[in-house]
Each structure stands twice: as C-alpha cells, then as structure tokens.
Design a protein around this ligand. Structure first.
Ligand SMILES: N[C@@H](CCC(=O)N[C@@H](CS)C(=O)NCC(=O)O)C(=O)O
Length: 288
C-alpha cells in the first residue's frame, strides 16, 4: 500500500504544485492521478475521494482522504518526521507554520488577479492596489524570515521546508507577472526558479495538458525569467549513446539531441520533459 495523490493541471494548479512538492521533497512516489481542468469540475472527477472536492488531495496508505494542502503537509510531516518537511528547531518551525498558514488563508487579491500560469510570463503588468498590498505583506514576512535565517541557507527558514512549498506558486506568480521586488524578495524568488524540483514541475507543465484560454491575460509577454535551459531538441531516430532509459531503465524508443549526441528514453513524456530543460533532470545529466 502506498499513498495516492490527486493533482490538477501542472501549468495552472498552484495548490497541486504544493502537493506534488511535498511528496517529491520526501522522496515518496505516490500513485499519481491527474485531474483535467479542461473538462468537468474537479469534484466530479474525484468521486472516490469524497468529501474532498479540490486538488491536491491524497489518500493515506490505509485509505483516509486528506484534502487541503496544509493538512496534507502536516500529516506527511507527522508520518515522516525525519523527512525534513519542517526543521527540527522549534523556533524555526513555529515561524514556518505562521508563514505557511498565512499563505493558505490569505492573499486572495494576488491569487485572483494573478493566477499561476507557468506557460507564460507577462511584462509591465498593471496591478490593483489590493494585489499590491498583498505583495507588500508577502515581502514583509519573507524578509522577516530571510533576515533571521540568511546564514543557514537561501530558503525562508534557511533550509527547504513546508513554508517554501507554500510560497513556491507565489514565487512563480511574481516571476510571471513581472512584479518588482526588493533584492531580498527577488533573491528568494530566484531560488525557487532555480530549484530542481520547481524546474521539473515546470517542464511537466510545458508538455502536459492543454493551454486554457481563460487563464490568459491581456498583457505583453516576455520569456520565462527562470534559468535559460540548455538547448535540446527531439529527433526521430537513434541509435542513442545510452542503452537504457535514464528514468525507467527500459529500452530507448524516443530520442533527443543534446550537445551533439543522441540520447534515448523509453517514454515520449520523459523525452519531452527533458527537452524542455535538460538540467532539471539529474538522472539525464548523469549519463551525459
Ligand atoms: N485551500 C485548498 C485549495 C485547493 C484548491 O482550491 N484547488 C483548486 C485547484 S488549484 C481546485 O481544486 N479547484 C476546484 C474547485 O474549486 O472546484 C488547499 O490548500 O489545497
């Protein structure tokens, strides 16, 4: 028995990103179930998870449905106390809990006006006063944490924690909506944009699911402000320099060209995600 994890669209579901990061950070591989945002309601697509009606939601190995990302986070922390979801230092953990809770309960102007959209970055976005107030509050609490834990690492509490998982989609929104930030806040956003797990999720968002027009905004666009991916392109045929897929160990059937060499993957999806940002995938980089 293992966990089941239900998530929504990779490009648009900010809460799902949080749920996925929890499991990824723990190194757990749940049975993943994808909910399609382009069809019926989320609740209609997850009847076996009732009364949960939003994503992310998880089913514990013994069968209990858990919805609300913060409830999932705390439950996973309790079940995997050595997994590093919260720091062992109670002072840092207390602050982290306040930061994460404020995110889950608030910032509705920012969330409404700037829905996460990992497929697009806008430039010179004119934001409402309410959203600017949310941004100012986030900058204030981020800098409080960063000033306290700057010497322990680049994350809110120094090391990566549930607090950072809570704010990963906020970093994505600040990046995607061209929000001008203090140096401290911008450095924290850049830490997310450079994070391997975040980059992996973004590659998935670029190759999975439809582009949904109701998330589009009438602003000029710009290239995604994260690290520029190393160039890679899909190619039709091998042979590949690798005999087995770096992700599955299976026989290569799908190929890409990277730095003048052909590499093979068992599945098209693995190949396509790697093309988007090869360096996001350490198992691939290890064979290059
Ligand atoms: N507070 C919830 C929010 C979850 C949420 O709103 N998820 C959205 C997708 S990003 C959803 O499932 N919406 C479906 C709906 O509201 O019907 C959490 O922390 O998990």
């Amino acid at each position: 028995m293992t966990y089941d994890l239900y998530i929504g669209d990779f490009a648009y579901s900010s809460w799902s990103l949080r749920g996925w990061l929890l499991f990824r950070h723990l190194g757990l591989k749940p049975n993943l179930h994808l909910v399609d945002f382009s069809t019926s309601s989320v609740a209609d697509q997850i009847p076996d998870m009732a009364p949960a009606r939003t994503v992310p939601c998880m089913r514990t190995p013994e069968g209990t449905p858990v919805w609300e990302s913060l409830a999932m986070a705390e439950e996973l922390h309790d079940r995997h106390p050595d997994g590093g979801l919260w720091p062992s230092d109670p002072t840092a953990r207390a602050l982290g809990r306040a930061l994460a809770a404020e995110m889950n309960a608030g910032f509705s102007a920012l969330r409404t006006e700037c829905p996460m959209n990992l497929r697009t970055a806008y430039r010179a976005v004119d934001l409402s006063d309410d959203t600017r107030a949310d941004i100012a509050r986030i900058e204030k609490i981020w800098s409080f944490a960063r000033n306290k834990y700057a010497d322990q690492g680049p994350w809110l509490l120094g090391t990566y924690s549930i607090a950072d998982i809570a704010y990963a989609p906020v970093a994505a929104r600040f990046a995607g909506y061209d929000v001008a930030l203090s140096d401290t806040a911008q450095a924290y956003v850049d830490t997310h944009l450079n994070d391997t797990m975040f980059r992996q999720w973004r590659t998935m968002s670029l190759v999975t699911g439809k582009t949904l027009p109701w998330y589009a905004k009438p602003f000029d666009t710009k290239p995604w402000p994260g690290p520029t991916p190393q160039p890679a392109k899909p190619v039709e045929t091998g042979p590949s320099v690798n005999a087995t897929c770096p992700f599955t160990g299976g026989t290569p059937a799908w190929f890409l060209e990277y730095k003048g060499q052909i590499y093979g993957f068992e599945n098209k999806l693995c190949r396509d995600e790697t093309v988007q940002d090869p360096e996001a995938w350490p198992a691939f980089i290890a064979i290059t």
